[in-house]
Design a protein around this ligand. Sequence first.
Ligand code: C5P
Length: 231
Amino acid sequence: MPALTDPRDRLIVALDVATVAEAEGLVERIGDAATFYKIGYRLAYAGGLALVPRLAAAGLKVFLDLKLHDIGNTVEEGVRALADLGPTFLTVHAYPQTMRAAVRGRGTGGLQILAVTVLTSYDAADARDAGYALSVPDLVAQRARQAAEAGIDGIVCSAVEAESVRGVIGPDRLIVTPGIRPAGSALGDQKRVMTPGEARRAGIDHVVVGRPITGAADPRAVAHAIVAEMA
Ligand code: C5P
């Protein structure tokens, strides 16, 4: 596993807000308690891509959670265009052709590609409905292995899958995990959660935390506490 020089980098704050102005306000309130922010569909489609170079210029890291999947050429060129914005992480769905294309497009500028194996909203019935013959755990394992073969830099998975995914991808690729809740905070719609400390002990490299920080009266204090718990 590559050594992290700044323990704050283990925490990725999900900027799940409606506008760029709200996102910028939140980043300002959190200040130097966090160094890494995730931009997903909602903010990206509301002008949030323009925030990527601005955050990067301020010395912050950005996880673009765009979960790309298209024909290889389109993925490769799309990833190349996104790499120019300066994000640190970008997600794609874990289809072999898509992953190989993303690895070709990411270049050598420091962008790392993360693969989403099976969406955590899928259960056995959803996987069958979508035409998959494998069970969800078998599909996760197969895709994690294919991700490693494609040269993918890391996997996004739920905390409960982390140990088995680690067994498949080995020590050198990253595991990034949402569904993290500090002890005592509201679960929201997350069901299978771990605390930041449990996540570290399970070998997770980065945790993604949204509402426990974005909805807190003092987001900076919560971010600070999560980093301290993982250190
Ligand atoms: O607010 P909360 O901490 O639940 O936010 C978690 C973030 O991680 C959200 O941006 C959510 O979309 C994302 N995510 C997730 N589960 C996945 C993949 C992404 O919760 N399997």
